[in-house]
Write a protein that binds this ligand. Structure first.
Ligand SMILES: C[S@@+](CC[C@H](N)C(=O)[O-])C[C@H]1O[C@@H](n2cnc3c(N)ncnc32)[C@H](O)[C@@H]1O
Length: 402
């Protein structure tokens, strides 16, 4: 079985690495998509485990197509009734790279008609369309004259983990936060601090990684659960296995991370030190509750205060990572935003010699105010915004500590 896993722009190599770590053999790489082979069990494992995937698409047919009529015929010939009953709902989406024989809007209609016409002919009844929460989300990808029909096994995007039921202004996508932690090479043994943590997305994602908690464990719905071919017993088996670290964490709230040393699958818990702060008391409360829901309430510390006024939560001279997602400002040249970035730079220089700092921002003018020379820059997208993730090394005297 072939799976196409979609991701955010710039995170393709990270997703590929993740798939390799999960034991999948990557077959193809594309823009915002990595493909791999798997079994029926993989649908459940991928949806529950992936940190940097958005959707797991299960390819059901790939076929050459020249015209819209051919597309209709091919789509109608597929056994959609194998997956759902006619009283259930569908949604269709179409993407294309290279030329396509018609507008995507029109192709979406053609695909929808083919599917419902097949049901009407077999049952005299057709599934309705539900674009919000369909039982069977169908995806068609056209690349030149090749059509790939897939079922979206995830349904809602996998960035919806289930822990962030409350949000602050401008929260990061969970998938982007997890991807950034991997892009910058954070490892759970390195102390991590997010001094503008907002709803705590970096903190939760880091905690989930450190304690090896599968991010989908807290999610209650995936599209595949609505299908006739859903193998519930197999799903429960995979889920039970993957839920073990979360269960242990929640049950053993008072066990110190050190007590887990030497137990292979808890390797990430060694000296894990994750901290967050924010100047907004409401954000701190939300971050605390999000961490609690993710089972990390006793593992990640958050406190109230401005970055400029707080002392480092770990000794910077021994190394560590500071990750900041400051406000970007409504206007790029907003003087208060420029001043904020200058003060972030000053605080890093004065209080954090020895750490590596990373700043994610969509405001290039403000980033210049940091006043440090970056050693690395990545281009990423935060929703529709073009962002830069910029890394700075803060030297401890003349010695680079990391
Ligand atoms: C873009 S939001 C961060 C969103 C966060 N990454 C999330 O996923 O929810 C920026 C945060 O910076 C905080 N902030 C702004 N200036 C600050 C300062 N000087 N010290 C600490 N926090 C500050 C705001 O309160 C806000 O929560």
């Amino acid at each position: 079985m072939m799976y196409h896993i979609t991701t955010l722009p710039g995170l393709e190599p990270i997703l590929e690495e993740e798939l390799n770590e999960l034991g999948f053999e990557v077959q193809q790489k594309g823009r915002q998509v990595i493909s791999c082979l798997g079994t029926e069990e993989s649908i459940y494992r991928l949806n529950l485990s992936l940190r940097t995937g958005l959707r797991v698409l299960w390819e059901i047919r790939q076929v050459p197509i020249q015209t819209v009529q051919e597309l209709y015929r091919e789509a109608k010939a597929l056994p959609w009734e194998k997956y759902i009953f006619p009283h259930q709902t569908i949604a269709v989406s179409v993407s294309s790279t290279g030329s396509s024989c018609a507008s995507l809007r029109y192709l979406t209609l053609v695909l929808k008609d083919a599917v419902v016409d097949r049901f009407s002919e077999i049952y005299g009844k057709r599934p309705s369309v539900d674009t919000r929460s369909p039982d069977l989300p169908i995806h068609l990808h056209l690349e030149g004259h090749t059509a790939t029909f897939s079922l979206d096994t995830s349904g809602e995007s996998l960035h919806r983990r289930g822990y962030r039921t409350e949000r602050t202004e401008a929260p990061l996508s969970e998938v982007l936060a997890a991807g950034i932690l991997k892009v910058i090479g954070w490892h759970p043994e390195v102390p991590l601090y997010d001094p503008m943590c907002g709803s705590g997305t970096f903190l939760v994602e880091a905690g989930l990684m450190a304690y090896r908690i599968a991010p989908g464990i807290l999610r209650t719905r995936f599209a595949f659960q609505n299908w006739k071919v859903f193998h519930k017993a197999l799903y429960e088996k995979v889920r039970k296995e993957l839920a073990e670290p979360y269960k242990n964490l929640v049950e053993e709230k008072n066990v110190s991370p050190k007590d887990h040393r030497g137990q292979g699958d808890h390797a990430g818990e060694k000296e894990c030190a994750i901290f967050g702060s924010d100047k907004d008391p409401a954000a701190i409360e939300i971050a605390r509750r999000n961490l609690e829901r993710a089972g990390l309430g006793s593992k990640v510390r958050v406190f109230l205060g401005t970055f400029e006024s707080l002392l480092p939560p770990f000794p910077p001279s021994r190394g560590g990572l500071v990750i900041v997602n400051p406000p970007y400002g409504k206007r790029l040249e907003d003087p208060s935003i420029l001043a904020l970035y200058k003060s972030i730079g000053d605080t890093l220089k004065q209080r954090y010699p020895g750490v590596e700092a990373w700043i994610l921002s969509a405001n290039p003018d403000a980033l210049k105010q940091i006043g440090l020379r970056p050693f690395k820059k990545y281009a990423l997208k935060n929703g529709p915004l073009d962002c830069k993730l910029v890394g700075f090394t803060l030297y401890n005297g003349s010695i680079r500590t990391r």
